[in-house]
Design a protein around this ligand. Sequence first.
Ligand SMILES: [Zn+2]
Ligand SMILES: [Zn+2]
Ligand SMILES: [Zn+2]
Ligand SMILES: [Zn+2]
Length: 295
Amino acid sequence: MSCSGHHHHSDSAFAWGSVWNGLLVAVEFAIGAWTGSAALLADATHNLSDTLSLLLAWGARVAARQPATAERTYGHRRLTAICAFVNAVVLLGTLGFIAWEAVTHWNDQNPLKYGVVMATAAAALLVNGWTAWNLQKGSDHDLNTRAAYLHMATDAGVSLAVLAGAGISAVTGWRWIDGALALVIVAMTLRSSWPVCVESWRMVADGVPANIDLPQVRAALLAMPGVTGAHDLHVWSLSTTESALTAHLVVNHERLDNRFLGVVHESLRSRFGIAHTTLQVEASEPPLCHGCPLA
Ligand SMILES: [Zn+2]
Ligand SMILES: [Zn+2]
Ligand SMILES: [Zn+2]
Ligand SMILES: [Zn+2]
């Protein structure tokens, strides 16, 4: 199969994976609420976070293709960071609620409808297992597909655990297994969604991108030919892949020098991946400003 064929294949696997996952989420939430199974609710939340992250990744690609306009001079890239942040906060709230449900119903004496829980977990196992199997076929060459495959295989394992747990509870009457499984799934989901929350907040709050070291950027600017000072330095994210920089450079050049500006732009682009740079070039005498008015 050709290289593009592989990509097409995993694209459709992703698309079908998210459709089935969306249906699964709805069924799991409904039946989890009806039966009172915290494990099903936790699995539903986890599958929801999977589906939303697929949709957000797709949305980010679409938004990054939209050109900037006169009204939106940066385009719509920031939208995906805002969506990711709101999504992460809602997810954290839901996880907290489910953990609370699991703990407060830990010792409930009334049995769950174990047959219904098992049937739903079996459906989840089918969907996650089918998605994993589809991804596995394309996972030899593509690192992303391989990561997605391993994730879906883990999810299938979780569904199997919920299925087995409900079976054991039905036989032994140990209701707490449901709560324990819910807490494990909550912890797993928390582990994957907390970094998304931190990173998206960094973008929403105009923080320096995680992969850029500001002192190194400052040092690189000061090392440019003829630069004697650098101040009012700002670096922030335009999107998950693009960064912007503004800075004032004090130079001892005789006159305006486009070649110098080109060297600075290219070095920031190649060393730090900063694609959008705006520089204010200042002569050293007389001194113009005293750093950033925001600092
Ligand atoms: Zn998952
Ligand atoms: Zn520009
Ligand atoms: Zn200045
Ligand atoms: Zn400033």
